[in-house]
Design a protein around this ligand. Sequence first.
Ligand code: DNO
Length: 358
Amino acid sequence: MEMTLRWYGEKFDTVKLWQIRQIPGVTGVITTLYNKQPGEVWTQDEIHALKTQVEEAGLNLSGIESVNVSDAIKVGTAEREQHIANYIETLENLGKEDIHLVCYNFMPVFDWTRTELARKRPDGSTCLAYTQEAVDAIDPEKMFETLSADSNGTVMPGWEPERMARVKELFEMYADIDEEKLFNNLVYFLKAIMPVCNKYDIKMGIHPDDPAWSVFGLPRIITSKEKILKLMNAVDDVHNGVTFCTGSLGTNLANDLPDIIRALKGRIPFAHIRNLNFLSPTNFEEAAHLSSDGTFDMYEIMKALHDTGFDGPMRPDHGRMIWGEVAMPGYGLYDRALGATYLNGLWEAIGKAKERGV
Ligand code: DNO
């Protein structure tokens, strides 16, 4: 396992590479080219420049989150073939730069959905939160306006203003797409890219839908053990894997996270680990990473990853805003650094207990 932090690049992130370098046990970053639109080719030179920048700070470029998949591919429009060809070219260029992990999602219209970006917790920290009641009450086209006031002036990936300006058009594009069509389009895409993934040993990790159920009537297909296994079987290749995100799959309390990890043995190239605190099954907030601060048993989650031989990058996912930090919601330095340290501590303890047979 390699502990990493997500980094949004010099231009967008308030957190600097030199700060990440000083978090004990964090040796890499997960990043992307934020100026790229889905469907565009990433050139080898651009990737090389990004990699050099990270390495000059003493860190590894441990994976890409995300190479976004265009709506044309998700919906299966006429532009799909060109976009898949471009995606393949991007993968080829990543492979030539010795990058072997790509995270992506197949969620229609919205990437992750939260209804509050700064819910105050009893200790005065703020965190991202979700209530189904708020989603049911809001017009999806207004969602972005409601949230942007709390984004601390940052551009949140998946919620780019240009994308949100097209929400109405996007809803129309997906009008006739149900779960089955979306799933078939995903399989079509994966089958097309598997040869280049095999050639360069690039593991694709699909990000689960967040939350793990349909929002605004849109289809969602990566929400449970059964659905994920269906995808693993449809394209049965080790390069077709899952970004195991506890905070996304865990939104549905029926999902038994350690059990899903065990069922996906060998197919988890990347892990996002965070805790959630449930106030009701459809009202939850993003807690500190510690088990005692939320609902999940973080020890059991880490143990399941350890037991199944997980050896990819892991990142402490969304943290709270603490100590007066002003940063992209979920992506400040302090709470994620605490999270990394805690998760590294669990990992060390689990490993040593095994070595010593206790
Ligand atoms: C939210 C993230 C997601 C994730 C994408 C992957 O904080 O976990 O935006 O990066 O869904 O493509």
